[in-house]
Design a protein around this ligand. Structure first.
Ligand SMILES: [Zn+2]
Length: 469
C-alpha cells in the first residue's frame, strides 16, 4: 500500500518537475550583454582567473562574473560576445598624462626636463594651444588610448572642459584636472581667470557618471603657496580631486629644502594640500618619512616608468612605496617629451623591468604587481576603487578583450606574465566602458580617428613653424 502511494506521488511530481524546469529557463535573469568563453582575469580581491569565463552586464555595471556555463544558464542577454580563446581583463587605468600633448609628440626630445619645459614646451604651448587644438589632440589621444585597452585616465591640461566634452563623446572615463600655474596659461591669464574657469568646470560636471572634473595645481615649482592653497580649497568646496606633480626632479627636492626647509611632500603636508582626494604624479624623490605621510594621508601616487627613464628623472622607489602602504598606480605621463605614446601595456612591462634593474633583483616587481598597478591599484590611486579596477559584480563594466591568436601570445603558461611581458596594445580587440562598446573587433566606434590624424598633421606644420620663429 505504502509503495503504491509513493509511486502515485512520483507520477504526479514527474510532470511538475519538468514544468518547473521550463519555468526556470523562462525565468532567466535579464542582462544587456554577456561576454563568454574568455580567459577572464578579474583582479578581484582573491585574484580569480576563470579559464572558460564569462561576464554579464546590465546597464553600465557588471552583474556577474564566473564560469561561462554558470553565467549562460543564469542570464538571458540582449547581446552576446563570443570571446572563445581570447583574454578579458579590467580596462587599464592611466593615472597620469596630458593627452592633448600628442600634437607635440616628438617635437623636442633628449633634453633635460627643466629645458624641455621652459625653453620649448611652455613657449610652444603659449603660441599654439587653443580650444580647437585641445579638442583635436584629445580625439587623437582618445583613439590611441582606446586601442591600447585604457578605459580610465587622469589628465592635467588646459581647456580641460573641452577635453572633458571630447572624453565624454568618446565614452572614456576621465579624472580631468584644469591646470593652475603661476604664469599666463594658454587658456587663463591670471589666478582670477583660472579660478572662475575652474569653478564653472567643476559645477558643470558634478554627478557625471564618466567625467570627474578636478583641479590641477601644476607643481610646487610652478605654483606659489597661495596658488596651491587656493586650488586645493576650490577643489574641496566641490569634493573634486586634486592632481599635482610631486617630487619629480632632484632639482625640485633641492630647491624645496632650500626654500621651504622641507621636502616637497613635507611642504605640501605643512600647507594642508595632502589628503585622500590627492593624486600625486611621480613621487620619485621621496624619503621614508614622505612615504609614511603619503600612505597615512591616502594620497594616490602615480609611477611613470617611461617618463622616469626618458627624462632621466630618477626611478620612483615603487617597491618601498608599496611596502609602506602607499597607493601606487601607473601612468604614461607625456605623451610628448617624456614618453611619446599612451601605451599602458608597454608601461606595465617597463614598470616591472625598471624596478628589477634598479634594485638588481628580478624579484623586485613581478608581472602580477605591474598589472595590479594598472588596474585595481590604479583605481585606488584615483580613489575610484569602489567603481572600477576589477571585474566583479557591482563594479562598472569597463573591460578589454585581447586576441591570443598571434605568435607572440602562444603558448600561455602564466596569464599575468603573458599580459605584462608578451602581449602588446595591438592585441586589444574590443573595449567596453560603462557597458558601452567603444572598440569592436579592432574597429573604433566613437572617434573618427582618420580625421583626427589628418588634423594632427596639419597642427604639426603649424607648431613647427611657430617654434622656428
Ligand atoms: Zn606630467
Amino acid at each position: 500500500m505504502k509503495k503504491r502511494m509513493i509511486f502515485a506521488v512520483l507520477l504526479a511530481i514527474g510532470p511538475l518537475c519538468a514544468f518547473s524546469n521550463t519555468r526556470a529557463q523562462d525565468k532567466k535573469e535579464a542582462a544587456d550583454l554577456i561576454v563568454s568563453g574568455a580567459t577572464v582575469v578579474t583582479m578581484d580581491s582573491e585574484r580569480h582567473v576563470f579559464e572558460d569565463g564569462a561576464l554579464a552586464v546590465k546597464g553600465d555595471a557588471i552583474i556577474a562574473v564566473g564560469p561561462s556555463a554558470e553565467i549562460l544558464t543564469k542570464y538571458d542577454p540582449k547581446r552576446k560576445i563570443d570571446a572563445g580563446g581570447k583574454l578579458m581583463m579590467p580596462g587599464l587605468i592611466n593615472g597620469h598624462t596630458h593627452i592633448p600633448m600628442v600634437l607635440m609628440r616628438g617635437l623636442i626630445d633628449d633634453v633635460t626636463l627643466d629645458d624641455w619645459l621652459r625653453k620649448y614646451i611652455f613657449p610652444a604651448e603659449a603660441r599654439n594651444v587653443t580650444e580647437d587644438y585641445v579638442r583635436w589632440g584629445s580625439r587623437l589621444a582618445l583613439a590611441e588610448m582606446i586601442r591600447g585597452g585604457t578605459t580610465t585616465f587622469a589628465d592635467m591640461y588646459y581647456f580641460e572642459d573641452a577635453e572633458a566634452e571630447e572624453t565624454k563623446a568618446a565614452g572614456l572615463r576621465g579624472v580631468l584636472g584644469e591646470t593652475w600655474i603661476d604664469f599666463p596659461a594658454p587658456d587663463n591669464k591670471s589666478e582670477a581667470e583660472m579660478a572662475a574657469y575652474t569653478e564653472k568646470f567643476l559645477k558643470k560636471w558634478q554627478g557625471d557618471p564618466l567625467i570627474h572634473a578636478a583641479v590641477a595645481p601644476h607643481s610646487i615649482y610652478t605654483c606659489s603657496e597661495k596658488t596651491l592653497r587656493d586650488a586645493a580649497a576650490l577643489a574641496r568646496k566641490y569634493h573634486a580631486p586634486i592632481l599635482i606633480h610631486v617630487a619629480e626632479m632632484r632639482k625640485e627636492l633641492i630647491d624645496s629644502l632650500e626654500k621651504n626647509g622641507a621636502t616637497p611632500v613635507q611642504y605640501l603636508e605643512r600647507i594642508d594640500v595632502l589628503g585622500p582626494d590627492v593624486v600625486a604624479a611621480h613621487c620619485i624623490w621621496v624619503d621614508y618619512t614622505d612615504m609614511k605621510i603619503l600612505a597615512d594621508r591616502q594620497v594616490g601616487c602615480v609611477h611613470n616608468p617611461s617618463s622616469n627613464m626618458m627624462l632621466a628623472s630618477g626611478v620612483a622607489p615603487v617597491v618601498d612605496e608599496r611596502a609602506a602602504g602607499m597607493r601606487v598606480g601607473l601612468g604614461t605621463d607625456g605623451p610628448a617629451g617624456s614618453n611619446n605614446d599612451l601605451d599602458m601595456m608597454e608601461e606595465m612591462d617597463l614598470a616591472a623591468k625598471l624596478q628589477k634593474i634598479n634594485r638588481v633583483d628580478p624579484r623586485a616587481l613581478g608581472a602580477k604587481g605591474a598589472l595590479e598597478m594598472a588596474t585595481i591599484e590604479g583605481a585606488r590611486t584615483l580613489h575610484l576603487e569602489k567603481e572600477i579596477g576589477s571585474l566583479e559584480a557591482g563594479k562598472k563594466a569597463d573591460f578589454a578583450i585581447l586576441n591570443l591568436d598571434v605568435p607572440s601570445a602562444v603558448p600561455m603558461y602564466d596569464v599575468y606574465s603573458q599580459i605584462v611581458y608578451a602581449l602588446k596594445a595591438s592585441e586589444v580587440e574590443t573595449v567596453v566602458v560603462a557597458g558601452k562598446t567603444l572598440l569592436k573587433d579592432g574597429k573604433l566606434l566613437t572617434v573618427d580617428e582618420a580625421k583626427a590624424m589628418t588634423k594632427a598633421k596639419e597642427y604639426a606644420t603649424k607648431v613647427r613653424a611657430t617654434l622656428q620663429q
